[in-house]
Design a protein around this ligand. Structure first.
Ligand code: PEP
Ligand code: MN
Length: 356
């Protein structure tokens, strides 16, 4: 397991109870938009305000952020509402400007996390500063790159660090703007258990309607908090209009959330866990048996000078088990993936035998 030298991100006046909430517009657009949104959010009890000052855009020509001017609006938010303010930094210059303007929290965006040079530049600029830093996952599903960025910030001496799960881009978009791939933040939690992880349902979903279910899912998976885009007039937002919600809607969504306890120690749960362990043991036994048979097939193929890969047979297995999976109430793609992995390991074992 990785060792990060961390301290909890405790902010005076902000409850330590799950979930920590950060909310605010994708971008700071005008002073009026920032102040109106911040006041409404503050009225709903939100304590941490987010707004992008510099916006990384896929194509040139979009709204690239208001820049330094917007930092004075964030100062005004602090003064008028007492909220903490957070924004994205992508360069050393952004860091210096934020520190000068008393920004309370900074985050590193997904495109920046994907670039170790940029992350190192930010880490160097933050040396000797004690400010909470959140690191979004890189756009590509690469846990090591994500952890590497967290380590760079930590190595610069910062200890109040958190991670933001905002999903991963993929070529074929279906429901989500960015695929959640929940197993990646779950693995991050396993690798660095004391690292707070919050979820960004706005950038995962890309649509307002998906925010509520994604928030609930994140809570059920034990995430520590949520960062949600909220705008006083979402339809007219200068960036990410489809995924922002009004402070009223945000309040409605948060009130409906069910926060379940992470530590359930009831007898029933222990019994069910015992049953799961038993199933897992059976699965391992049966997998080991299947591999044994595969190795025998490998020996047979070697003796008869046959190729390892018999494509027809492989497709037959995937189709048959996929269909069977549906009948058993499982997702057929899931079952196919399981069998693809099993097949990969079988081929590897047969290769060992054939090349011996
Ligand atoms: C944002 O938070 O507005 C943003 C640009 O997010 P991401 O870096 O996750 O794309
Ligand atoms: Mn955004």
């Amino acid at each position: 397991m990785e060792q990060l030298d961390l301290l909890p991100i405790e902010l005076e006046g902000v409850s330590q109870e799950r979930p920590l909430i950060i909310a605010g517009p994708c971008s700071a657009e005008t002073e009026e938009q920032v102040m109106t949104t911040a006041k409404s959010l503050s009225d709903k009890g939100i304590k941490i305000f987010r707004a992008g000052i510099w916006k990384p855009r896929t194509k040139p020509g979009g709204f690239e952020g208001i820049g330094v001017e917007g930092l004075s609006w964030l100062k005004e938010v602090k003064k008028e509402t007492g909220m903490y303010v957070a924004t994205e930094v992508a360069t050393a210059k952004h860091v210096y400007e934020c520190l000068k303007a008393d920004v309370d929290i900074v985050w590193i965006g997904a495109r920046t996390t994907a670039n170790p040079f940029a992350v190192q530049e930010i880490a160097d600029a933050l040396k000797g500063v004690d400010i909470p830093v959140y690191v979004k996952n890189p756009v590509n599903p690469d846990l090591e790159l994500w952890i590497g960025a967290l380590e760079r910030i930590n190595n610069a001496g910062l200890k109040r660090i958190g991670a933001i799960h905002r999903g991963f881009s993929s070529y074929d978009k279906k429901i989500y703007r960015n695929l959640p791939q929940w197993h990646i933040p779950i693995e991050l939690r396993r690798r660095i258990p004391n690292l707070p992880i919050i979820c960004d349902p706005s950038h995962i979903g890309g649509k307002r309607e998906l925010i509520a279910p994604l928030c609930q899912q994140a809570m059920d998976l034990g995430f520590d908090g949520l960062i949600i885009e909220s705008h006083c007039n979402p339809e007219c937002a200068w960036s990410d209009a489809a995924q922002q919600v009004t402070p009223d809607i945000l309040d409605y969504i948060l009130n409906l959330l069910v926060i379940r306890s992470e530590h359930q120690t009831t007898e029933n749960l222990n019994e069910l866990r015992r049953q799961i362990d038993e199933c897992d043991n059976d699965l391992m036994d049966i997998l080991a048996k299947r591999m044994r048979v595969c190795r025998e097939i490998g020996t047979f193929k070697k003796e008869h000078n046959m190729t390892i890969l018999q494509t027809g047979r492989y497709n037959e297995i995937l189709d048959k088990r996929g269909a069977q999976g549906s009948l058993c109430g499982m997702d057929s793609d899931f079952v196919k993936q399981v069998f693809e992995l099993i097949h990969e390991e079988s081929v590897r074992q047969q290769m060992e035998i054939i090349n011996k």
